[in-house]
Design a binder for this molecule. Structure first.
Ligand code: TXA
Ligand code: MG
Length: 342
């Protein structure tokens, strides 16, 4: 790929004006959202959207989410705004929720990977909202990592992956949520959770007043030959260079297992306050049982393991419900689905 000069600049008025101008010219830029940093392109401009896939090295069959700042932008992007989507939008937009709806004619084919649906999200981050307002563009934006790497939650992490691949990164500090948006589909017979996030299964059920189906690929590996409803879920994901194994059990069992495997020179991905008790190099990813705290730190911690050069890593197992479901979902992918019950 031809090297492009990458400018890292604060997400202030000048930065936002530059980002908006680049988007209008059919360029791609990186920016913060409340979930993770994204790479944005005008969702109506196919050649601009194609640049995202090139910069990330993303497989063409993995569709992108389109970001809006007002439901008034929906006509043309979706062919229908189903009642369930209206309920969810009223409850959670602006915020970390993506709703899969029937696709409208304005969305570039490149966004949708041949599907007749499109994922729409209205973020709450003020920078996103100002960029949309200044550019007039609904933008397609995946997470701003190289495909397969942990999602970036700081501008420096975006730069580490994207230097020379896009012209501008807006620096808006650390992302408050830290894991990507919850993805829910309302196109099937029953509403279905395709990717867990800060908005939980219970939150969705409460807003809809009905059961929400949990898609198969969320808490375990997709069976061989099974079709992913959310294409992104089938890829090896969030993978640090280290071999991570999740150990499910108490802290005492975890510590004993790590001690029994001292010969491997392991490092640990553990909960806050546990590092000093383990006696090996550790990265703490949040308070035990606190899914929101763990979400905020998990991707930075996966990158920190790589920066330390750790090779064998044992990870404490998060809970599988509530906001923690999102952390477990990302961590089992980073661990290539290696989970040992102690
Ligand atoms: O929080 C987020 O959603 C971030 C920020 C930047 O907004 N974006 C993000 O995008 O995480 P990405 O591309 O990394 O993840 C999009 C996920 C993928 O798993 C993709 O397969 C799924 O959403 N997806 C997108 N459109 C879909 C569709 N029409 N049907 C089913 N799944 C879809
Ligand atoms: Mg991603």
């Amino acid at each position: 790929m031809d090297a492009i000069e990458t400018l890292l600049c604060p997400a202030d008025r000048d930065g936002i004006a530059r980002a908006a101008a680049l988007l209008r010219q059919g360029e791609i830029i990186a920016l913060p959202t409340e979930t993770v940093y994204g790479i944005a392109a005008d969702a109506r401009n196919g050649s601009a959207v194609a640049k995202i896939f090139k910069a990330k090295g993303r497989p063409q069959d993995n569709p992108l989410i389109v970001h809006i700042d007002d439901v008034k932008m929906l006509p043309g992007l979706v062919s229908e705004f189903p009642e369930r989507a209206q309920l969810l939008a009223a409850a959670f937009w602006p915020g970390p929720l993506t709703i899969i709806m029937p696709r409208g004619p304005q969305v570039a084919d490149e966004c949708c990977a041949g599907l007749d649906t499109v994922g729409i999200r209205m973020p709450s981050h003020p920078v996103v909202r100002q960029v949309i307002e200044a550019s007039g563009c609904a933008f397609a934006a995946p997470s701003a990592n190289l495909s397969g790497r942990p999602s970036p939650t700081t501008a420096q992490d975006v730069l580490a992956d994207m230097q020379g691949r896009l012209p501008l990164i807006l620096d808006g500090g650390s992302c408050a949520v830290g894991v990507e948006s919850t993805v829910v589909s309302v196109v099937g017979e029953k509403p279905t959770l395709l990717r867990p996030g800060y908005i939980t299964l219970e939150d969705l059920e409460r807003a809809l007043g009905e059961e929400v189906i949990l898609s198969g690929a969320i808490l375990e590996k997709l069976a061989e030959g099974e079709v992913a409803r959310s294409p992104g879920m089938k890829y090896k994901h969030y993978a640090p260079k280290a071999d991570i194994t999740i150990l499910e059990g108490s802290f005492e069992q975890f510590k004993a297992y790590v001690e029994a495997h001292a010969g491997q020179d392991p490092a640990c991905l553990c909960f806050t306050g546990e590092a000093e008790k383990l006696g090996v190099p550790c990265v703490e990813y949040g308070r035990e049982g606190d899914g929101a705290d763990q979400s905020r730190h998990i991707f930075r911690c996966l990158r920190a393991l790589d920066e330390q050069g750790d090779r064998v890593v044992y990870a404490r197992c998060p809970r599988k419900d509530g906001v923690s479901m999102a952390v477990y979902n990302r961590l089992i992918r980073a661990a290539a689905f290696r989970v040992i019950r102690l």
